[in-house]
Design a protein around this ligand. Structure first.
Ligand SMILES: [Zn+2]
Length: 301
């Protein structure tokens, strides 16, 4: 009897999980690359309209739908800029809890020689207990502020301004009501914005990642890429493909599916033909949550 498509899909999923599980168990080194798809699978999606209505109701009322469309926007007055950004950062960093999915991922690799590179700025790896000397946040985080005129390399913690300015948001205008409370650069008076990668220790953190990749030469290497699309492919996606291609004993597992909030867009599990011919990569067109859950069940067996 012929298998129905659904059974066939299930069989393929199980096979690929077995293969990934075997690689995770036998590799000397594990390199994880995590993008927005991982946090989306954990419930923190920048395309989620319902979530946006909850934590940015004033902006939803103004016709905006989700954070992704506001990553770049028309210039706003500083009072609006601060209201929006602080609300966003406060929700992502302090209201949204440390995600169970990340904790499960940690359990899967705990005790192994692993390293994580992520383009996510939400600090979920830190908040779920990953040892941060094994994590490189390639795009930095929301945690610090810098001078927009770049007059200094000094940065400032954002948290005190969240505490001070959030209560000053006027829900009618969605502006900071007392503009004198908005911080400016203490040296040149320019506005401040989120520092992302522009903080003092960034170079040292990047070096740890480079050192780890170099340490995989001559070792068996499992490369697990989760939810990395084409927003910034130079950070994780393309380097991982090159690494899998040139490394003598590596395999790339690419977990990627379209966003459930945005059917028909995204979903890029495909790997280049060269990697397929070398049998150095496996396409996993599944939700990160399904893959991590399946692996997690296996380690509990
Ligand atoms: Zn300045």
């Amino acid at each position: 009897m012929k298998n129905t498509p659904k059974l066939e899909e299930q069989r393929e999923f199980t096979e690929k999980i077995e293969k990934l599980h075997a690689w995770l168990n036998t590799a000397d080194k594990i390199l994880i690359g995590a993008g927005a798809g991982l946090s989306a699978a954990a419930g923190l999606s920048y395309l989620d309209e319902e979530l946006f209505k909850k934590f940015q109701p004033e902006m939803a009322a103004r016709g905006y739908r989700y954070p992704y469309e506001l990553f770049q926007h028309e210039p706003w007055p500083q009072a609006r800029e601060w209201a929006y950004n602080l609300r966003h950062i406060h929700f992502v960093r302090y209201v949204f809890p440390p995600a169970e999915l990340y904790k499960k991922l940690l359990k899967i690799v705990q005790g192994k020689d692993f390293f994580v590179i992520t383009s996510n700025c939400d600090r979920q790896f830190m908040r779920t207990g990953f040892p941060m000397e094994r994590v490189f946040e390639a795009q930095g985080s929301y945690d610090r502020l810098r001078c927009t005129a770049r007059c200094t390399r000094e940065t400032w913690e954002v948290k005190p301004y969240i505490d001070k300015l959030l209560p000053l948001i006027d829900p009618e205008t969605f502006m900071i009501s007392d503009e004198s409370a908005i911080p400016y650069c203490p040296y040149c008076g320019a506005p401040l914005d989120i520092a992302f990668r522009a903080f003092e220790r960034y170079k040292a953190e990047r070096q740890r990642y480079v050192d780890f990749v170099e340490s995989t030469v001559g070792k068996k290497l499992c490369i697990l890429e989760i939810g990395v699309g084409f927003n910034t492919p130079v950070v994780i996606r393309w380097p991982f493909e090159r690494l899998a291609y040139y490394h003598h004993d590596a395999h790339l597992f690419r977990v990627n599916t379209e966003y459930k909030e945005w059917p028909g867009h995204g979903g890029y599990p495909m790997v280049p033909q060269e990697l397929k011919l070398k049998a150095a990569a496996t396409e996993m067109p599944y939700d990160a949550a399904h893959v991590i859950e399946a692996l997690y069940q296996k380690i509990k067996e």
